[in-house]
Design a binder for this molecule. Structure first.
Ligand SMILES: [Zn+2]
Length: 87
């Protein structure tokens, strides 16, 4: 994916644990969603950043509050959180 392909606007979810800037007890920070559906029904996929190792990945909204980093905390693999253009 090239950054120049699209302009993404990151949005807050509804609820304290899915607002941009939310930091969960495991040090995982919510960076918002861009309208992509998560793995759970009715949930968005949120861009998530590990504040410990810097790994960036996707998390379904309902998992945000207890998410663990796939890279340094043996959490589940990240899900797709970015949009792609249909050409
Ligand atoms: Zn990490």
């Amino acid at each position: 994916m090239r950054d120049t392909d699209l302009i993404i606007q990151w949005q807050d979810g509804s609820g304290d644990s899915v607002e941009i800037g939310y930091l969960n007890p495991n040090g995982q920070q919510c960076c918002g969603h861009c309208g992509v559906q998560g793995t759970d029904h009715g949930q968005h996929a949120y861009k998530t950043e590990c504040t410990i190792c810097g790994y960036v990945y996707g998390t379904s909204g309902s998992d945000m509050f207890e998410r663990r980093c796939p890279e340094c905390q043996k959490g589940a693999a990240g899900i797709k959180y970015w949009k792609t253009l249909n050409r």
